[in-house]
Write a protein of this length. Structure first.
Lengths: 394, 98
């Protein structure tokens, strides 16, 4: 029977929730890396026991953790204890080294980006927001970082190298931080085209490469953001998350700061599909595992009030790829609920009856094993949830 | 041997106890202690000082013999009591809260 493993990153550690395919009873393992912020953890699609985690701290900076046994044990790649005489070999202690590439041969000059007050500000690495393992190689992983840039490892996170064509492609000085920082938070790999990657940055917008990360172009046409000087600018949009069904590459769904959008041409043009949503502000968006037109969002009241409308936690589902939405409430709190659901905190499993999962800043992880019709908490009192990923295991 | 005290989270990361002993070649300075510490415990690289600039991370400070050494030159000789191992070199995380 299949199993499901839910990887939860929180403000104070990582938790791993496991169940059989019935998804009725859950075991909770953790906290792993207790006391540290775990922005994201995710497993390799080709080796599900290979997990990567982004562990961060305002005091001690960035750590990258790797597991080869599904999260039972962890290591910092290349960080093992060294006898004083040991030298050479694999890079050591560099799994957390995210140095912007400014070399003349492969890199780009480290220029400035726009700061909150409109002045220019130097690029400074702060943390890894998102780890996206390759679809074909368990040792290759992409990392989206703050200040916004994309890095890649090909040695299982022992060392990282920037794909500098993104940061240096030309519009960088116009990028600006969102309220949470200038983060590259979304990485979507195209299963039908190994050269195509989508990324999104708050607040710069969405970008696409068609040559494996060497060159990039903004894909923000059709977005309209009233809160920036030019609402239809090429860059400067606060994209919160982008999702794509692997069954239908090229069709993208976006939760922007305000507005839910879709693109049917790989991001070349976006159209708004907010439709009858009670508010089109929010952070998460995801797609049903088997129905590419069924999408999910969690509407949040506004950018100044980061909680659900009327204290009612509701997932909204569209079965038509947007515009027509239904509120899903069974099993979710409908009074006095003032949590938020952050951008990387929703995921789906791939069982026949698609499971949908999301975590809240109040420490609950909710699951629906019937594509959203009914919900129940599978764990209730974790630290604030930063990210949720799901693995469907044989 | 030099005695070094790490903050709790870095002890967990390095898998060590409250105080560790390391061999430091040559003159004992903040830089030579950190170089030796990171060579022995590579998982600590980047957690005490920045990987690229080698600047002390802003929320960490260095103490020894009841003195705050954080703003001293990293190449300044440390007190004899540290060099002889009688007093530890302490890496302290800023305490925040209220």
């Amino acid at each position: 029977m299949s199993k499901v493993r839910v990887l939860v990153g929180t403000r104070k550690g990582a938790f791993i929730l496991t169940s059989d395919g019935k998804r009725d009873k859950w075991e909770v393992s953790g906290p792993h890396f207790a006391g540290w912020e775990i922005y994201h953890l995710k497993g390799s699609p080709v080796d599900p026991n290979r997990l990567y985690a982004s562990q961060t701290s305002g005091w001690f900076g960035q750590i990258i953790q790797r597991s080869s046994d599904g999260g039972k044990t962890w290591e910092t790649p290349g960080g093992g204890l060294k006898p004083p005489s040991d030298a050479g070999g694999m890079p050591s202690g560099e799994s957390n080294k995210f140095a912007y590439d400014t070399s003349t041969a492969t890199g780009k000059p480290l220029t400035t980006h726009q700061w909150y007050d409109g002045t220019q500000h130097p690029w400074e690495f702060k943390r890894v927001w998102h780890l996206e393992p390759s679809l074909t190689d368990p040792d290759t992983v992409y990392a989206g970082v703050e200040d916004a840039a994309l890095f890649r490892t090909t040695d299982g996170a022992t060392s990282w190298h920037e794909l500098s064509g993104l940061r240096g492609h030309g519009t960088g000085p116009k990028w600006q931080p969102g309220a949470g920082g200038m983060c590259l938070h979304t990485i979507v790999l195209d299963p039908s085209n190994a050269q195509r990657i989508y990324i999104a940055i708050s607040a710069a917008g969405a970008f696409r490469t068609d040559d494996g990360g060497r060159t990039w172009k903004p894909i923000n046409q059709g977005l309209r953001s009233q809160y920036i000087p030019d609402p239809t600018a090429e860059v400067g949009h606060c994209v919160h998350h982008v999702a794509m069904s692997p069954k239908r590459p090229g069709v993208l769904f976006m939760q922007k700061h305000w507005d839910v959008m879709r693109s049917d041409n790989a991001g070349d043009l976006w159209t708004e599909v907010s439709g009858n949503l009670p508010t089109d502000f929010g952070f998460v968006i995801d797609v049903h595992a088997h129905e590419p037109e069924t999408i999910y969002v969690v509407p949040i009241k506004s950018d100044s009030e980061h909680f659900p409308l009327e204290g009612k936690l509701r997932v909204y589902r569209s079965r038509s790829g947007g515009n027509e939405w239904e509120g899903l409430t069974k099993g979710l709190p409908q009074t006095d609920c003032y949590v938020n659901v952050l951008r990387d905190a929703m995921a789906v499993d791939t069982l026949d009856s698609c499971g949908v999962y999301f975590g809240t800043t109040g420490g609950q992880v909710y699951a629906s094993k019937d594509a959203g019709d009914n919900w129940s908490p599978i764990v209730q009192n974790l630290p604030g949830v930063l990210s949720v990923e799901v693995q469907t295991l044989p | 041997m030099i005695q070094v005290v790490l903050p709790a989270h870095l002890r967990t990361l390095a898998g060590v106890g409250s105080e560790i002993s390391i061999e430091v070649a040559g003159q004992v300075t903040t830089r030579s202690i950190l170089d030796a510490l990171e060579a022995r415990y590579p998982m600590l690289r980047g957690t005490i000082r920045d990987h690229v600039t080698l600047q002390r991370r802003p929320f960490l400070r260095f103490f020894a013999c009841q003195e705050d050494l954080s703003l001293e030159s990293p190449d300044a000789p440390l007190p004899d009591a540290v060099s002889s191992g009688k007093e530890p070199f302490m890496i302290i995380g800023a305490i925040a809260g209220g």
